[in-house]
Design a protein around this ligand. Structure first.
Ligand code: URA
Length: 236
């Protein structure tokens, strides 16, 4: 049960003050009856706004194909944001829709977005070791010695003392490889190649997060997932 003005404001329809005006204008009904008290509590399932059910009152979980050149930061001074690819109402929600981990500006691929903070914590915690799959192209030929180096759990990134957890490296062609890793440190894939022999990553793309594949989503497109998608996954 939530106050009507709070419900509308938190779901991104308008400010709380505007929500009060919406109720007073008769735009909100509860169980088919026009609401008159914006402070009254109601179950979102019983509420209609301009005749429509409320927009995802239980929360949002999305997968998005992040294009190169957009940022996961909420600060638009850093460039166009992944949030700008979503409907305006979702950008105004509280709690805010945020990315589950980040991809850097020059990296494309599978990004998860949600307003469920426990899910963010669960899926980004190193404790849970959720594997992520990346494809990288680099500026020089890849030596097979990199495979045991990535797998060893001893590789140290510049400026860090804690070595990286073991990561899988599969060399696909002379300058192209897949990396599977469970951590999500700042620019980690790029820095692992740099630390392991100085290769510069030219392109980086994430195609999988846990068991979830990016699939056929075009860059900039997103798709909704059931809120319990990852709960179901961990139950197998
Ligand atoms: N590693 C990187 O270097 N960048 C990313 O965006 C993700 C992993």
């Amino acid at each position: 049960m939530r106050r009507l003005d709070q419900l509308l404001a938190n779901l991104g329809y308008c400010s709380r003050r505007e929500a009060r005006a919406w109720v007073e204008a008769g735009r909100v009904t509860v169980r088919g009856v026009v609401a008159t008290d914006f402070g009254a509590k109601a179950d979102p399932a019983d509420v209609r706004v301009d005749g429509e059910p409320p927009d995802h009152p239980a929360g949002l979980l999305l997968k998005l194909h992040k294009p190169v050149g957009v940022v996961c930061s909420h600060d638009d001074r850093e460039g166009p944001r992944v949030y700008d690819l979503l409907p305006a109402r979702w950008r105004a929600r509280n709690p805010a829709v945020t990315s589950i981990g980040r991809l850097d500006k020059d990296t494309s691929g599978l990004l998860l977005l949600t307003d469920q903070s426990p899910l963010v914590h669960r899926l980004t915690s190193p404790k849970h070791k959720v594997p992520k799959l990346y494809r990288a192209t680099v500026d020089r030929d890849l030596a097979s010695e990199l495979i045991p180096l990535f797998a060893a759990g001893t590789l140290r990134l510049e400026g860090e003392t804690e070595p990286c957890a073991p990561a899988g490296l599969r060399i696909i062609s002379a300058r192209e490889a897949e990396v599977t890793m469970t951590e999500g440190r700042y620019h980690q894939v790029r820095r692992m190649f740099a630390a392991a022999g100085g290769a510069t990553v030219l392109t980086l793309h994430r195609s999988r997060f846990g068991s979830l594949e990016l699939g056929d989503l075009a860059p900039g497109q997103w798709r909704e997932l059931p809120l319990d998608y990852f709960a179901r996954e961990s139950r197998g």
